[in-house]
Design a protein. Structure first.
Length: 256
């Protein structure tokens, strides 16, 4: 992974006779410029990753590795990209390399924890999430709390999961995913009023997913609130027109 800078590669490709410089001999100005370019590549890769364009993200990360010196964050994201591309072995290698460079980086701990959780090693993921949460350098601990909650759910530890989701809300009151998860847990525990409170907040945020609408409708139905059920259905139809076909039919709703 540790390659020469692009300046060296270009010189070799062109057969240039100028003295070859490694990253260690770069002037301060050149070093700053290379890091700036690497940071741009990292930002682009992050954007492509969030949009599901994993192959393009990987290409940007490979270029960032070539020209920059801040390798840990690049390797960490590269591990997540490779995981999405189905290369678990390479993903694990990149994530481990990142943690070897910065073993206490909360983002890297969170990423490795998520990788373990998603690859059937859920029990091993929780200590990493806890380390990420406890890190004083962690500016967004709610992310690790949410991941820990989701992985606790996979282990069937509902009480533990609920605690993580509540902590996530305390750390970040705008964490809509926590409300969604708490609503689902409350619904499954037959605490309809508490479930409704959480899910109405999710729907009001404009970020509700089909499952949120489905559970919210089921709650209104069990509470016997026909008007509330139809209101949820209309909001669902507005946000996901195609997804509501069966729900609309079962309610006897018609387009207005």
């Amino acid at each position: 992974m540790m390659r020469r800078s692009l300046l060296i590669v270009c010189c070799l490709a062109m057969g240039a006779c100028a003295p070859v410089m490694t990253n260690t001999s770069l002037s301060s100005g050149n070093r700053v410029e290379l890091e700036r370019r690497a940071e741009i590549r990292m930002q682009l890769a992050t954007a492509y990753y969030s949009e599901g364009q994993y192959a393009t993200a990987l290409s940007e990360l490979d270029q960032a590795l070539q020209i920059g010196e801040r390798k840990a964050d690049v390797l960490g994201l590269r591990g997540l990209v490779l995981m999405q591309l189905g290369d678990a072995e390479a993903a694990s290698k990149n994530l481990q390399q990142a943690l070897q460079i910065e073993p206490d980086n909360p983002n890297l701990l969170n990423n490795m924890g998520w990788f373990l959780c998603e690859t059937g090693q859920t029990e091993r993921s929780l200590p990493l999430f806890e380390r990420a949460i406890a890190s004083k350098a962690n500016q967004s601990p709610a992310k690790a709390m949410m991941n820990a909650g989701r992985c606790s759910m996979k282990l069937g530890r509902r009480t533990q999961a609920e605690d993580y989701f509540r902590r996530a809300l305390q750390a970040d009151p705008e964490q809509i995913g926590a409300h969604s998860s708490l609503g689902k847990l409350a619904f499954e525990a037959h605490d309809l009023k508490r479930a409704k409170r959480h899910l109405l907040l999710v729907i009001a945020s404009g970020r509700a997913m089909p499952e949120d609408f489905s559970i919210a409708m089921a709650i209104e139905r069990q509470l016997g609130d026909k008007l509330g059920e139809e209101s949820i259905a209309r909001q669902w139809r507005k946000r996901f027109p195609d997804a509501l076909v069966s729900g609309k039919s079962s309610l006897g709703l018609t387009d207005e």
